[in-house]
Design a protein around this ligand. Structure first.
Ligand SMILES: [Fe+2]
Length: 184
C-alpha cells in the first residue's frame, strides 16, 4: 500500500479524535504508521497475504492502540483504547475481528512474548516495542538502518519525548503504579 493511501486509512480512523490528540496528532499518527510498516517487516518471514498494513485487524489495532492516552486522559489506557477499536469495528460491520483486535491491543505492552512469533498478536507487540525503543537494540531482526529509513519517512515529531513526559507525570501522581499498561 502506498504511503499516501496508508496515511489516509489511518487518518480515517483517527479523524473523530483529532481534537483530543491536539498537538500530539502528527507524532502519534507517525508512530502508528511506523508500527504498521514494522509489522510488515516482522511478518515478511511468515508469508502474510495480504501484508499486515493492508489488513483491517492491523490497521485498526495500530490506529487505536494508544489512543486512550488522549481520549480518556489516562496512562491506564489499554481498556479505553480497546473500546474505541471495538466501536470502529462495529461501525464498519467487522465484529468478527473484535477478539483478535482486543488481544492485539490488550497484549501489546507485555514484556514477554504474547504468542508464537508468527501470531498477529506477537507481530504487533514486537512492532510497537521496536518503535518505542526507536530501533536502538536491533531487536527482532529489524536493523538500525531499516529503522532509520522509517524514521526519515515518518518523523518522530516529539512522540517519544511526549511518552517520557506522560510517564514522569504518571510517576508523580501514581508512584505505586507508574506503568499500569505494562503486563509481565
Ligand atoms: Fe504504541
Amino acid at each position: 500500500m502506498s504511503t499516501s493511501i496508508l496515511r489516509a486509512a489511518v487518518d480515517r480512523r483517527l479523524e473523530p479524535w483529532f481534537d483530543h490528540l491536539g498537538e500530539d496528532r502528527i507524532g502519534y499518527t507517525n508512530h502508528v504508521l511506523r508500527v504498521l510498516r514494522l509489522c510488515d517487516v516482522l511478518a515478511a518471514a511468515y508469508g502474510f497475504e495480504p501484508v499486515p498494513s493492508e489488513r483491517e485487524e492491523f490497521l485498526t489495532s495500530a490506529a487505536f492502540h494508544d489512543l486512550g492516552v488522549w481520549t480518556a486522559g489516562t496512562f491506564d489506557y489499554l481498556a479505553p483504547s480497546v473500546d474505541l477499536a471495538v466501536a470502529w469495528l462495529r461501525d464498519i460491520a467487522r465484529p468478527d475481528l473484535i477478539p483478535v483486535v482486543t488481544n492485539m491491543i490488550g497484549e501489546h505492552h507485555r514484556l514477554r512474548s504474547a504468542a508464537a512469533p508468527s501470531d498477529r498478536v506477537e507481530i504487533f507487540r514486537r512492532a510497537d516495542a521496536v518503535d518505542v525503543e526507536m530501533g536502538r537494540l536491533g531487536r527482532f531482526g529489524v536493523s538500525r538502518a531499516e529503522y532509520r529509513r522509517l524514521e526519515a519517512e515518518f518523523p518522530d515529531a516529539g512522540f517519544h519525548r511526549r511518552l517520557l513526559q506522560l510517564g514522569a507525570k504518571r510517576l508523580r501522581t501514581h508512584p505505586l503504579s507508574p506503568l499500569p499498561m505494562i503486563k509481565w
